[in-house]
Design a protein around this ligand. Structure first.
Ligand code: ATP
Ligand code: MG
Length: 380
């Protein structure tokens, strides 16, 4: 009996992808299997949905794991039987014999039209059994129990529980991106939002250890682990020492320009990693106007050093909206831990809120060769 328990994963967006549909579905199935490892019996694509068979006692745990799979719009939990009215009735009896009396409705759908009953017939017939034999009141408007019956490829799925998923596209279908990851609230969310669009993030963190404590490194490793929960494989994290570059900039550039220069060289290094990793774009957690380095002027000055496109998925969000997502995706508890920000190292006073490419180039051009050498050394 137990093998009859199943979870159906529904997707939304990927169904729209025309010829790519099979590719998207296979990626989703692969990610589901990875996530469900050790918890499921079998999983397969069945006519626009993914059906996962599971031992009854594992279904809650499996449902929870599916909450980490981008591309799943929602799941439904239930049992399977053959697409035969009597078999469906029998299963419905089994389900309702164990339930507390409450208003219910039956909602049926058929993927194919070949069955001897219509969806409506099925709803009426099964509804009557539950009402007449078990005394459950029918309520089409305000049911407390909804029995969904899906009839697909000679099988009937009787589903009684629905859980919303993360939505989006399966991780992997869009290609690789380089995410500049600090241990604050923003960049982990930037990373997750890109994963929600099917990207595989390669994480890059810059640290100034031993000039700053090890906290940012430790926090960022923990964040990598949390973010990896949403990926079929553990994400790669590059840890790059920035202090040589910073020390050099400190001796050559006024304090008010240092953050912008640090940021430019972070991007320069990130782009070299992108070449090696065959990543197509760079991603940061910038939100317009959040701090001095994120004014439109400074965003432009910083971006100018890169040739790859830079995506900033948080550009239009405010801190409250970002924190809300950090709680939802469970990065909040790590991001709130204190850490030394490598960007404030050797910066006195306030950084300039508006810098221009020409003035930065005037400072940077004579240093460029030495900076490139130091950057390449940091990459080793
Ligand atoms: P976060 O923005 O992640 O909360 P933060 O507030 O410390 O961290 P900001 O000063 O807002 O960082 O930096 C803007 C963006 O620059 C970050 O979202 C991140 O993409 C990148 N960045 C900043 N510091 C680092 C770092 N040490 N290593 C890698 N990327 C960084
Ligand atoms: Mg920030």
């Amino acid at each position: 009996m137990e093998e009859n328990t199943c979870i159906i994963a529904h997707y939304h967006e990927i169904a729209l992808k025309g010829k790519n549909r099979a590719f998207f579905e296979k990626a989703l199935l692969f990610n589901i299997k990875k996530q469900a490892h050790g918890l499921y019996i079998s999983a397969e694509r069945v006519s626009g949905r993914i059906v996962i068979y599971v031992k009854k006692e594992k279904r809650k745990e499996l449902a929870e794991r599916l909450g980490y799979v981008f591309g799943v719009h929602h799941i439904e939990i239930g049992v399977v039987t053959s697409a035969d009215a009597d078999a469906i009735k029998e299963k419905a009896r089994e389900i309702f014999s164990k339930k507390e009396k409450a208003p219910f409705r039956v909602s049926a759908s058929r993927a194919e039209k070949k069955y001897p009953f219509t969806s409506h017939d099925l709803e009426k017939e099964i509804g009557a059994v539950i009402h007449e034999e078990f005394g459950f009141p029918v309520s089409l408007e305000r049911p407390e129990i909804i029995l969904r019956i899906e009839v697909v490829e000679h099988k009937a799925y009787l589903l009684t529980e629905r859980v919303e998923g993360l939505g989006g596209l399966p991780v992997g279908v869009s290609g690789k991106v380089i995410v500049l990851l600090s241990s604050g609230f923003d960049s982990p969310i930037a990373s997750l939002l890109m994963m929600k669009r099917g990207c595989i993030p390669v994480l890059v963190h810059f640290h100034s250890y031993p000039y700053t404590s090890k906290d940012s490194l430790e926090n960022v490793r923990k964040l990598r682990d949390v973010i990896s929960e949403y990926s079929p494989t553990q994400l790669l994290l590059h840890e790059i020492p920035l202090s040589d570059i910073q020390q050099y900039i400190v001796t050559k550039a006024p304090s008010e320009f240092r953050i912008v220069l640090y940021r430019r060289w972070m991007l320069w290094i990130a782009e070299r990693i992108a070449e090696k990793e065959k990543a197509l774009v760079l991603v940061t957690g910038d939100s317009v106007g959040q701090v001095a380095s994120q004014t439109l002027e400074n965003i432009r000055t910083v971006s100018e050093i890169a040739t790859l496109p830079i995506l900033r998925p948080l550009a239009g969000l405010d801190k409250e909206e970002i924190i809300e997502r950090a709680k939802k995706y469970r990065t909040y508890d790590i991001s709130k831990l204190p850490y030394d920000d490598c960007c404030s190292l050797f910066v006195e006073g306030s950084p300039r809120t508006k810098t221009y490419i020409e003035e930065i180039k005037k400072i940077e051009d004579p240093l460029r060769k030495a900076l490139e050498e130091k950057a390449l050394k940091a990459l080793e």
